[in-house]
Design a protein around this ligand. Structure first.
Ligand code: SF4
Length: 478
C-alpha cells in the first residue's frame, strides 16, 4: 500500500472541499456511534463489560512475549505452520513464495487491515499472482484502486453510480443498475466463481488464542469462511498483538468488538480454526500457515508508552466519535489505519518522520479514550508523540523543534519564572499584538502562528489585564 501520511494536510483539504464526502460524514459515523451505544445496553452491566475488555487487553499486552510463545507452541501442535515475519518484505516474500511453490495463479482474500499494511496485493500482483478481495467493500475499493475510507465499511462513501460504472467496466454486471441489492448479488456471483477452483486463500486474524493455538475471524458476509474452507492452502496473517490468553477472554473480546464496530451483539459468522483439516473432517484447508507480523511492533513494545497502541482491536469505534475523522474522513490518514486508531498506531510503527501532521491533527477532546474498548489513552499518547517530535527523539525519528518554536518556549519559560517578568512580558506582548488590531479583531500578524489566521481571527487583547482592573477596583487586594 502506498503510504501517504505525509500528505495529511493536502488530502484533508481536498476532502473538506468534497461535497459528497461531507454529506456522507454527516450520516455514517453518527449512525454507527449510536448503534454502538444501544448495543452496549444489552450487557447486564455495560460499564463492567467495557472495563473487563480493557483489563483483558491490558493483560494480553503485559504478557505479550509469553503469550506469543504459548500460541506458537499450541498452533504447531494443532498442525499449523507458523512463520514469524520481521517486516513486510519477509511476510510478503513468504506468502508469494508459498503461492509460487504450489503453482497458484490467483488467490482470494478476506478483509484484513494487516495485509493492507503489508501491501500484500501489490506484492502478489508483481509476482504475477492475481488477487481478489472478497469483502464487498474491499472488492469495490480494489477495483477502483482506492484505499479504505472506514474500517467497517471501506467503500461506504462510494456513490452507487460509480460502483455501477466500475462493475460494468470489469464485467461484474452486464447491464447498468443502481440497485444496491442487485450490485451486491452480482459481486457475490462473480466471487463465487473465484472460490470454485480456489487453491489458496488469505485472511487476517481478529483474535488469536494462546491456550488453544486458535485463530478467530469475525465477519458478516460469509466470504472469510469461504476463503478459509474452500482452498487447499490457507494463510492467516496476524499482527503479533492480536493474541489473548484464553478462549474465555477471546469470547468476551468478541462481544465487545462486535458491539463497538457495528452495534451487533455478534457478527453473522465467527470462525475458529485450530489447525488444518483433520482426516475425519470434510472441509477446511490441508495446510494452515499462520504469519505473525512484527513490522516495528517489537520496537514499539520496548517503550511502555508506545506499547499502549498495541492494545487496539481494530473495532473502529474511535473513528465514529472523532471530530477530526468526522470532518476529513479516512483518506488523509494515508495508511491502513485511520482516525484516532491510526493516529496512535501509525507513528508507533512508522516513526514520526512522516506523521508530524497526523499527531497534531487532534483536538485532545478525549472522546476516543472514553469509548475505546481496549483502554487506549489516545490523548496522552498524542501528547507523548508531540513531545518526542519536539525534542527530536532518535528512536521515534522526531524532527526537533525549529528555532522559532525553541525561541518562543525559552522566552515563555524565562518570563514564567518570575511574576514581575511575566507581567512585563504580558504587557509588551499585548501592545505588540494590538498594533495589528482592526476594530475588536486581529485579522493577521506578520510572523503570526502558522495556520491560525488562515481560517480565523484573534480577538483584540483588552487594554488592561485582569490584575490591572482588579487593582483599580480594590487596591488593597493587590
Ligand atoms: S483505538 Fe480503541 S476504539 Fe479505536 S479501533 Fe482501536 S480498540 Fe477500537
Amino acid at each position: 500500500m502506498n503510504i501517504t501520511t505525509d500528505k495529511f494536510k493536502e488530502t484533508a483539504r481536498q476532502e473538506l472541499a468534497n461535497a459528497h464526502t461531507q454529506k456522507f460524514l454527516q450520516i455514517l459515523p453518527l449512525r454507527l456511534a449510536s448503534r454502538r451505544d444501544s448495543a452496549y445496553q444489552s450487557f447486564p452491566d455495560p460499564v463492567a463489560a467495557h472495563r473487563y475488555g480493557q483489563s483483558i487487553r491490558d493483560e494480553s499486552i503485559q504478557r505479550l512475549p509469553e503469550l506469543l510463545q504459548v500460541f506458537e507452541t499450541n498452533a504447531i501442535a494443532n498442525g499449523a505452520r507458523v512463520f514469524w515475519a520481521e517486516d513486510s518484505r519477509a511476510a510478503n516474500g513468504y506468502i508469494v513464495e508459498l503461492a509460487k511453490r504450489h503453482g497458484v495463479s490467483y488467490v482470494t482474500k478476506g478483509k484484513s487491515m494487516v495485509t493492507e499494511e503489508l501491501g500484500l496485493n501489490e506484492a502478489l500482483t508483481q509476482a504475477g499472482i492475481e488477487t481478489w478481495e472478497t469483502d464487498l467493500g474491499e472488492f469495490i475499493t480494489q477495483l477502483l484502486h482506492r484505499p479504505p475510507f472506514h474500517i467497517v465499511g471501506p467503500a461506504l462513501n462510494i456513490p452507487v453510480e460509480q460502483i455501477c460504472d466500475i462493475f460494468l467496466q470489469k464485467g461484474v454486471i452486464d447491464a447498468p443498475t443502481t440497485d444496491p441489492v442487485a450490485l451486491g448479488m452480482a459481486a457475490r456471483r462473480f466471487l463465487r466463481e473465484k472460490f470454485r477452483d480456489l487453491q489458496m486463500g488469505i485472511t487476517g486474524v481478529n483474535m488469536a488464542v494462546a491456550e488453544t493455538g486458535t485463530v478467530i475471524n469475525v465477519e458478516n458476509e460469509g466470504n472469510i469462511r469461504l476463503n478459509k474452507s474452500s482452498p487447499r492452502i490457507l494463510v492467516c496473517v496476524m499482527s503479533l498483538e492480536k493474541v489473548v490468553p484464553t478462549l474465555a477472554d477471546a469470547m468476551h473480546m468478541l462481544r465487545v468488538l462486535c458491539r463497538s464496530a457495528t452495534g451487533q451483539a455478534a457478527g453473522a459468522y465467527i470462525s475458529l480454526d485450530s489447525g488444518p483439516k483433520r482426516s475425519d473432517e470434510i472441509d477446511g484447508p490441508e495446510e494452515l500457515h499462520i504469519v505473525i507480523l512484527d513490522n516495528g511492533r517489537s520496537a514499539a513494545y520496548q517503550d511502555p508508552k508506545t506499547r499502549e497502541a498495541l492494545r487496539c482491536i481494530r473495532c473502529g469505534a474511535c473513528l465514529n466519535t472523532c471530530p477530526v475523522y468526522g470532518k476529513v474522513g479516512g483518506y488523509p490518514y494515508g495508511w491502513a489505519y485511520s482516525g484516532p486508531m491510526g493516529q496512535v498506531l501509525t507513528p508507533a510503527l512508522q516513526g514520526l518522520g512522516n506523521t508530524g501532521d497526523l499527531i497534531r491533527a487532534c483536538t485532545l477532546c478525549h472522546r476516543c479514550k472514553i469509548i475505546c474498548p481496549a483502554g487506549i489513552d489516545h490523548p496522552s499518547l498524542l501528547l507523548y508523540y508531540r513531545y518526542k517530535d519536539v525534542v527530536g527523539d532518535r528512536a521515534l525519528g522526531g524532527s526537533g523543534a525549529g528555532w522559532r518554536e525553541r525561541f518562543v518556549h525559552t522566552l515563555l519559560s524565562v518570563a514564567g519564572s518570575d511574576h514581575r517578568l511575566w507581567r512585563l512580558f504580558a504587557k509588551v506582548a499585548r501592545l505588540a499584538a494590538n498594533r495589528f488590531r482592526s476594530g475588536d479583531r486581529i485579522h493577521s500578524m506578520p510572523n503570526g502562528p502558522r495556520g491560525w489566521f488562515s481560517s480565523r481571527d484573534l480577538p483584540a487583547l483588552p487594554a488592561k489585564t485582569f490584575r490591572e482592573r482588579w487593582a483599580q477596583m480594590d487596591p488593597k487586594k493587590n
